[in-house]
Write a protein of this length. Structure first.
Length: 195
């Protein structure tokens, strides 16, 4: 009775049209959440595609970054960790190629995972949840790259944090955070009745 009076008093249309209905577990809203998860996986795949493209087409720029981090030539003068430095060009090349390979595998898994999510978009929650396996592996591999290769090995072992010129920690933290949020979103279980 009170709602009817409010609608008449303030000329609020009745909520009987499809545009006026909202229910968190409606089929449309389930598709929206699933589409958001799929889109985020594709966004990470695109990022890694550009990362691999740049590392291959502008090989020397990023190779120099890896080389200087491994040589530790811009860390604090006289630090006691210089015994860790790798000055052999072969080691620089191996490190750099392994990073590119890691990025390539991550890129492939994210594209493949995004396509699988697209195929399962209108399926049941069980099918959609099962399909998340590949994108979760790809996103986890991406997180491990930033955490292990850049923050742990580069940042702590090779003391990259001491360098003003060759310090990739800010980018690593940013990408770890972005990809971590995407992984948390994708990993949220889908149900037929979303809360």
């Amino acid at each position: 009775m009170f709602r009817g009076w409010l609608r008449r008093k303030f000329q609020i249309p009745a909520c009987d049209g499809p545009a006026m209905r909202y229910h968190p577990s409606s089929r449309e809203n389930l598709m929206t959440l699933r589409a958001a998860k799929m889109a985020m996986v594709f966004a990470v795949a695109l990022y890694y595609t550009l990362l691999v493209f740049n590392n291959i087409t502008d090989y020397n720029s990023n190779y120099q970054f890896v080389r200087h981090v491994l040589m530790m030539d811009s860390t604090f003068p006289g630090n006691r960790g210089m015994w860790r430095a790798l000055n052999q060009p072969a080691a620089h090349t191996i490190f750099y190629l392994s990073i590119i390979a890691w990025e390539l595998v991550t890129m492939i898994l994210c594209w493949w995972g995004g396509l699988r999510l697209a195929q399962a978009l209108r399926g049941t929650a069980v099918v959609f949840n099962h399909t998340k396996r590949i994108p979760i592996i790809g996103l986890t591999l991406a997180l491990l790259m930033w955490l292990v290769a850049f923050l742990t090995v580069g940042g702590e072992w090779f003391l990259m944090w001491q360098s003003k010129a060759w310090n990739g920690q800010e980018v690593a933290v940013r990408m770890f955070t972005v990809i971590g949020i995407v992984l948390l979103l994708v990993a949220q279980p889908d149900t037929e009745e979303q809360p």
